[in-house]
Design a protein around this ligand. Structure first.
Ligand SMILES: Nc1ncnc2c1ncn2[C@@H]1O[C@H](COP(=O)(O)OP(=O)(O)O)[C@@H](O)[C@H]1O
Ligand SMILES: [Mg+2]
Length: 189
């Protein structure tokens, strides 16, 4: 459903009637468990057109999760972190053989709304494909009156927390922000 938020940004893809999505909590005891989750997600048909926000402090495991997901989708060679470039683009194939674009964003160093516009990110988020977004709050911070969910047309948000016991364990809090997000979380539950 299309809508215009207060900053004037298009929010095509966010269903205005969608208020309360499914939530899910998982504990991943080590990086192997993170890899296993990424492999399960890579098989979901919804991924060919989906936006996933990855939240959490530096070192939580956002990029690590993306790397395992890219590997599970067949990406070979070195996987760069888009810390300076803001985005890396991949062409991948789903389990059922459909080809799609995958954008890995890291907005930690996003400076201004002008940078957002000139890089064409508005168009990217309106395009079909998988968008994996680290530091979504940096986008919302630059666009007053708009939440990251609206600007990025987020389907699923994942908050990753490091356990305080010094282990490799990570607590993941998932929330769905669209019917598609609900479908993803149902498949993972
Ligand atoms: N369960 C786990 N899941 C993901 N990463 C883990 C886990 N346990 C330890 N790690 C380590 O934590 C670090 C996470 O770094 P990174 O993915 O770059 O974080 P972020 O992108 O959130 O800043 C990596 O060195 C990774 O090997
Ligand atoms: Mg990172």
């Amino acid at each position: 459903m299309a809508g215009i938020n207060a900053s004037g940004a298009d929010t095509i893809g966010v269903d205005a009637a969608f208020t309360k999505g499914i939530v899910l909590q998982l504990e991943l005891i080590d990086e192997n468990a993170t890899a296993t989750l990424a492999q399960r997600m890579a098989r979901l048909p919804e991924l060919v057109d989906c936006c996933i926000e990855l939240r959490g402090d530096l070192g939580a495991g956002k990029t690590t999760f993306v790397r395992h997901l890219l590997r599970a989708l067949g990406v070979q060679g070195r996987i760069k972190s888009p810390t300076y470039a803001l985005v890396e683009l991949y062409e991948v194939a789903s389990a059922d053989g459909r080809h799609f674009s995958l954008w890995h964003f890291d907005f930690y160093r996003l400076q201004s709304p002008a940078e957002w516009e000139s890089a064409g990110f508005r168009d990217t988020f309106a395009s079909t494909g998988l968008k994996l977004v680290e530091w979504p709050d940096k986008v919302a911070d630059l666009m007053p009156n708009a939440s990251s969910v609206q600007v990025l047309t987020t389907d699923v948000a994942i908050k990753i927390e490091v356990m305080t016991d010094g282990s490799e364990s990570r607590k993941l809090d998932f929330s769905a922000h669209s019917p598609r997000g609900d479908a993803v979380l149902k498949a993972l539950a």
